[in-house]
Design a protein. Structure first.
Length: 171
């Protein structure tokens, strides 16, 4: 009889814990849907403490961090998803977006290349090319400025010499 009561008590306790976790999940999702990302993060964190191997919880919390523009923790959660579920396309897309937000073009290019390899999607290819252009611009913007200043200087010198030559020809 004692064993039966103990069994019933354990089942009841497990059921109560599961109900609490369902409430946390519903709150986390509700806060996320209402753009209350900081509150959503709190509840997803509680759930992750209970289920540390749930890639979906890390993914959801990563998106909440993204909503808060907290790039590093978002990236860490999405990388955790990638270790739990290799080649997760959604997580990889968000990692690439974070790299773009941070202007880390080499990382974005690496993510988009892997994503294109996995999907063959033309939109991904377009994003990859945009990142390559941004990398090129970010590496060579100083050269553009120097070239522009040099051209302006040459134009000024040409105009001054033209005026000087015109003045010398006038009696």
């Amino acid at each position: 009889m004692k064993q039966l009561l103990l069994f019933i008590l354990i089942c009841f306790s497990l059921n109560m814990a599961a109900q609490q976790e369902n409430v946390w999940f519903e709150k986390a999702v509700g806060f996320y849907e209402n753009a209350a990302f900081d509150s959503s993060i709190i509840y997803f964190t509680k759930l992750i403490e209970t289920y540390p191997d749930s890639s979906q919880l890390y993914y959801n919390r990563g998106l909440a961090y993204y909503g808060e523009e907290k790039w590093e923790p978002a990236k860490q959660d999405l990388l955790k998803v990638m270790t739990l579920r290799q080649n997760d396309i959604k997580a990889l897309q968000w990692l690439a977006k974070i790299s773009v937000e941070e202007n880390k073009w080499e990382e974005a290019i690496a993510d988009y290349e892997k994503l294109y390899e996995l999907t063959g999607n033309s939109e991904v290819r377009l994003q990859l090319n945009i990142c390559k252009v941004n990398l090129w611009i970010s590496n060579y913007w100083l050269y553009f400025i120097l070239l522009f200043v040099s051209l302006i200087s040459l134009i000024i010198i040409f105009v001054k010499k033209s005026k000087k030559a015109k003045n010398m020809q006038s009696p």
